[in-house]
Design a protein around this ligand. Structure first.
Ligand code: NCD
Length: 447
């Protein structure tokens, strides 16, 4: 079974470290003497292998750095870089596209506007599939580049304090990065634009499944932009203001005392449905003039628009072009690892772990709701939630809260919600209402 990389959770921390050690070796072997993060020449680690890049959304860095990486590994590339010129425009499903292209290549890299698309591709491909961005869900290879940059600049990921700025709601780079930062023990300070805070399911997961360190500032868990942009007449004034609330002030002050990384992202306009218009953090020399940023590194997955000043390009703290350059050795290392049969066994992915009954994913950007996929891929959900059961979509990872939990074996409704956690997952079934459950022959007990 091939190894895939569809979410950041497909690699363990040790495996990520192993990829980074390999990237170090490529940098050493191929780095130019004048500019160490730029590579030249090639090795033969993927000699004769072919990479297919399938991009249904625009890309500059991700696609070109993957293709450069495969070329420098001694392999070659075939590319479908424009959705309009591929059969997807005729309504072809991801499953069929992948089943065809897997016979043309040894590894597939896919980008799609549909959340969970790479997971669908992985289900149908007999070769490794890599997610190059699926809607607003994740962009795990960008996260590898981000972590690698952070590791080279800051030396350690544990305890690094990272300010995440911008559109935290739709930014897929943010979603994979934030889980990775949590897994490696970094401190996360979310500075969201107005109305563009972290999605509810990401927040819940960080809180309940990862030992996350964060600033419990407002009800959304984000540092309000107003804390940073204190006075309308003096924009870019970072200081603590009275309206943060007394309880939160000491925590915020602590966290903002020294920021190791300021990770800036653009407003993801292509995925916003009118939920913008508020204040958007703009990071420039003035913003970074505060003491807390003296030794910070400024990172950005690029492209930048107006959220990151050009006045920073010559600043020694700016590492975003280096971060983009590391895309080649990091993606070389990932490709080589996934093509290496000895890399390790496939990690079990959330797979039909519970029967959702008639529930379907409610995220309209989920690949299960795409016209081309709806008819042939089945809904599948994992069980999540600490205090109450949640159905997590096995593709886009959005969560929904079922109304009724029932136990199949005893045909009973778990009215007190006491048994769901200990129950055998295959015994659980979910209903949208009591009437639905009764119609299916389930009866309430324990009320
Ligand atoms: C990012 C993306 O596509 O999500 N770009 C990239 O791959 N480096 C970030 C963005 O588009 O804002």
């Amino acid at each position: 079974m091939p190894r895939h990389f569809t979410t950041i959770h497909d690699l363990s921390n040790d495996e990520i470290e192993a990829v980074f050690r390999r990237a170090d070796r490529y940098l050493e072997a191929l780095g130019t003497s004048t500019n160490g993060h730029r590579l030249t020449g090639r090795v033969a680690d993927a000699d004769g292998r072919i990479l297919a890049t399938i991009f249904f959304e625009p890309s500059t860095r991700t696609r070109l750095s993957f293709e450069s990486a495969m070329t420098r590994l001694g392999g070659s590339c075939v590319s479908s870089a424009d959705a309009a010129s591929s059969s997807a425009s005729k309504g072809e499903s991801i499953a069929d596209t992948v089943r065809v292209i897997e016979s043309y290549a040894d590894v597939l890299v896919i980008r799609s506007p549909w959340e969970g698309a790479a997971r669908v591709a992985a289900d149908f491909a007999g070769v490794p599939v890599i997610n190059a961005g699926d809607g607003g869900h994740e962009h795990p290879t960008q996260t590898l580049c981000d972590l690698y940059t952070l590791r080279r600049e800051h030396k350690t990921l544990a305890n690094a304090s990272v300010l995440l700025c911008g559109d935290l709601k739709h930014g897929r780079t943010i979603h994979s990065l934030i889980y990775a930062l949590a897994r490696f023990g970094a401190t996360i300070i979310p500075l969201a634009a107005d109305g563009l805070g972290l999605p509810q399911h990401v927040r819940r997961r960080l809180r309940e499944e990862f030992d996350v360190h964060g600033v419990p500032v407002d009800s959304d868990g984000d540092v309000p932009v107003d804390v940073v942009y204190q006075q309308p007449d003096r924009d870019h004034q970072l200081s603590l203001v009275p309206d943060v609330g007394d309880a939160a002030k000491p925590a915020l002050k602590n966290y903002l005392e020294q920021v190791d990384v300021c990770y800036v992202t653009r407003s993801q306009k292509e995925r916003q449905d009118g939920d913008t218009g508020g204040r958007y953090p703009r990071i420039d020399k003035e913003f970074l003039g505060r003491d807390a940023f003296r030794d910070s590194r400024i990172m950005h997955p690029l492209p930048r628009v107006t959220e990151l000043g050009y006045d920073l390009d010559a600043d020694a703290r700016a590492v975003y072009f280096k971060q983009a350059a590391y895309g080649v050795p990091v993606r070389m290392a990932l490709l080589a690892a996934l093509l290496d049969e000895g890399f390790g066994n496939a990690r079990p992915h959330a797979d039909a772990s519970v029967d959702p009954g008639r529930y379907a994913c409610t995220n309209n950007r989920c690949v299960t709701n795409a016209d081309s996929e709806r008819g042939h891929i089945r809904q599948r959900f994992d069980l999540a939630g600490r205090d109450f059961p949640l159905l997590r979509c096995g593709y886009c990872e959005h969560e929904l809260r079922p109304a009724i939990v029932a136990l199949r074996g005893s045909q009973s409704i778990d009215a007190n919600l006491e048994n769901w956690r200990d129950a055998d997952r295959s015994d659980l079934i979910f209903f949208e209402s009591l009437e639905d459950a009764a119609r299916a022959g389930y009866r309430a007990v324990g009320t």
